[in-house]
Design a protein around this ligand. Structure first.
Ligand code: ADP
Ligand code: MG
Length: 320
């Protein structure tokens, strides 16, 4: 059982940044509006994420750490309409099989917090803490040295973690985020809107040369900002696409944006953008891979056309 857990964990928790992603998604699913991420040694030594969400009642704490236990899906029908970021119920169990996990949580109706350490076999004990949840993950891969060997330098692993925080922070300007590494605050974004959050994260160059996109095409809505290639400070890694609030890397979407830029501007520079596509969850399958970075559209052509034309029209305003 332990071995199976550790093998399965490899899928979900391939490196520290994957843990950060899962814990952040849980914090958001719990309705957190203030989220603090504290990392030590690139996340390998410690990943500690605190939210002010609804918390976990003590009787559900062991369940939260059990494999395939999710509080987010009640039936197979729900699977078609996943509204939460998580739904598999395997992240915490996987993380707990390859690291030392302590969860401290307090719900609104509880008089104090509870903590659980280790696995689903453990019993919660009374603790102290504010409303919300802290998940503290220490010594990642302490029991799987082979996996630990595949990790890159502390700075590289931290870079991946920071990128995950940025992706999620860009999707949720309505939530405040802070990120610290080895006790030093690296990023802090207060609650705002996408205009400001994207300027903070993508930089002034983006803020000064960007165009808004907002179009509804049938069941699809595309909105966000596209940067102009004039922004010399444009980041090479400044391309962010979201589908129903989830960061994705998808060939159809990337191709549509690229084609629109080439069509209007004829350049080969590929500027920064932050674009969100919202659609009926039944029209897109996010259930492709545990890391859920890929999606499969029911109608890829319609999506491609929608994105292509929206970006093309936005860019055309400048050359008109
Ligand atoms: P999933 O997110 O797919 O449901 P996880 O293993 O990530 O599975 O989490 C298991 C369960 O633990 C969740 O369904 C949720 O009920 C609970 N949980 C995890 N993290 C939090 C959190 N930060 N706040 C409240 N509940 C949480
Ligand atoms: Mg989850």
């Amino acid at each position: 059982d332990q071995l199976i857990s550790q093998i399965a964990a490899g899928e979900v928790v391939e490196r520290p940044s994957a843990v950060v992603k899962e814990l952040l998604e849980n914090a958001l699913d719990a309705g957190g509006t203030q989220i603090a991420v504290r990392l030590e040694e690139g996340g390998v030594k410690r990943i500690c994420i605190t939210d002010n969400g609804r918390g976990i009642p003590p009787e559900q704490m062991p369940l939260a750490l059990a494999r395939h236990a999710t509080s987010k899906i009640a039936s197979l029908d729900d699977l078609e309409n996943v509204g939460t970021l998580g739904f598999r119920g395997e992240a915490l169990a996987s993380i707990a099989s390859v690291a030392q996990v302590t969860i401290t949580s307090r719900t609104a109706d509880a008089t104090h917090a509870w903590a659980i350490e280790g696995s689903h076999n453990a019993t919660p004990t009374p603790s102290s803490g504010a409303l919300g949840t802290t998940v503290d993950v220490k010594d990642l891969y302490f029991n799987t040295p082979a996996r630990r060997k595949f990790l890159k330098s502390e700075q590289t692993e931290f870079g991946h973690c920071a990128e995950v925080v940025r992706r999620i922070a860009l999707a949720r300007p309505d939530v405040s985020f802070s990120l610290s590494h080895n006790g030093r605050t690296v990023d802090h974004w207060n609650v705002s809107e996408i205009a400001r959050r994207s300027a903070q994260i993508l930089g002034d160059g983006f803020a000064e040369a960007r165009l808004p996109v907002d179009e509804v095409v049938g069941p699809l809505r595309i909105h966000g900002y596209i940067g102009l290639p004039t922004a010399s400070k444009a980041r090479a890694d400044g391309q962010f696409f979201y589908v129903n609030g989830r960061f994705v890397r998808d060939k159809v979407l990337v191709h549509a944006v690229k084609a629109a830029y080439q069509d209007v501007l004829h350049g080969d520079r590929f500027p920064s953008y932050v674009l969100s596509l919202d659609m009926d969850p039944a029209l897109v399958d996010v259930n492709v891979h545990p890391s859920k970075i890929e999606v499969r559209f029911r109608d890829g052509r319609a999506v491609h056309q929608c994105v292509f034309h929206a970006v093309q029209r936005a860019l055309a305003q400048t050359s008109a």
